[in-house]
Design a binder for this molecule. Sequence first.
Ligand code: GDP
Ligand code: IMO
Ligand code: MG
Length: 433
Amino acid sequence: MSFSKKEIPRKATVLVGAQFGDEGKGKLVDYLSSKFDIVVRYQGGANAGHTICFDDKTVVLHLIPSGIFHENCVCVIGNGVVIDPDALMKEIEEVRALGYNIDGRLFISHNAHLIMPYHKSLDSASEESMGGMRIGTTGRGIGPSYVDKFSRIGIRIVDLLHPKTLEEKLRKNLEIKNTLLTKVYAKNELNVEEIVKHYCAFDRTIDSYVKNTQMYLNEQLRQGKSVLLEGAQGSLLDVDHGTYPFVTSSNPTAGGACTGSGVPPTYIGNVIGVAKAYMTRVGNGAFPTELNNEIGEKLRTIGHEYGATTGRARRCGWLDLVLLKYAVAINGITELALTKLDVLDQFDEIKVCTGYTVDGKVLKDFPTDHETLCKVVPQYRTFKGWKTSNSKAKSFSEMHANARAYIEFIEEFLETPITFISVSPKRDETVFR
Ligand code: GDP
Ligand code: IMO
Ligand code: MG
């Protein structure tokens, strides 16, 4: 028997944060969800905070995909996500309380790993011990949970369905973690019986959502269904491609969408990068265009730049095109969504970083070692502000000429089209090109 080369419909789209997270991915995914059959979260955990504003409601999702407010959309939490069962249950209740049906349209991968109480304790204990070198994590236990996954001692969703194995694994892990907490970090030990009881109870609540989501997604794609893969965090927080060690512990970049969901790369047709019209970062690490002055303060105030998960003030700065060019390259971004353009409405002048120098020498590419990145001097190009709102613009041509010039410059620099321009947190206030 002979087979000819397969024609695969490229009906999967990846959506990634192109900067340091909080680019407005939640708004974009919610906006796009009416056009997709399935939305999948593929990495990260409740460190994410994806804000969605519709019908005068503001909802922050941490684990459930941002397609949940579209009743025709199925939502999948993929194998690459690390799940805090308490946080997930709380979120399910919140969505239900808003009047949305979840049954039969939320599925959780049986291979996803769990966040355990010891992961959270170790996250904060490790941060404390790092002093000035701390990462500034969200404290949600993300790093320690991925450590266990790769050490092959992690506990997965599927283990909740086998109470005996779960209890055995938990007791073994707690023995090790309690030694670590008490002997290395001088912290109190965790109560083994309480944790065993608490986690064993999850099997009943979680049972109906658990699925072999890898095979489910493959079948749906084969049948011609469309899938949106929702990244959390941002490209520069990627453990491989980001500003290591000041990164998260997963792969938010486009490659992570395949490993974190089981959707093969052959199904992926395009990659949407979401970028703010300026930049923010929460937590520590290099940020070449950061503005530690009244301009940064103005961006923070107008943009309400406070973390959706931890409430921490976000560091603010001008848009960095050297960094974005790198993000476009490593993700294979085919189109960009530019968000929060309205935050720049009140500025006389707007700067954009178009190059880096180190010791007077121009750098060709974004440096991937943190030491060098801390030393770069950004080179700026200045644009005239538009000093008006573009919120009533229904098309690109209706936007102010100075705003259009700013957007067109970014497109040309990045050689990538900007197909969505967001000028408000609300679902409808998006200019689609
Ligand atoms: P995510 O993590 O990428 O989903 O982004 P976050 O939800 O953490 O942060 C983005 C914040 O900006 C949220 O408060 C959104 O409601 C808000 N937002 C999104 N798009 C826009 C926009 O175009 N203009 C304004 N002013 N706010 C926006
Ligand atoms: P969304 O999906 C912004 C940052 C933390 C810290 C680093 C590591 O809302 O864009 P972690 O808790 O992951 O070990 O922390 O990553 N961080 C985020 N910053 N948005 C996020 O998610 C983030 N998730 C993690 O502040 O610097
Ligand atoms: Mg966020």
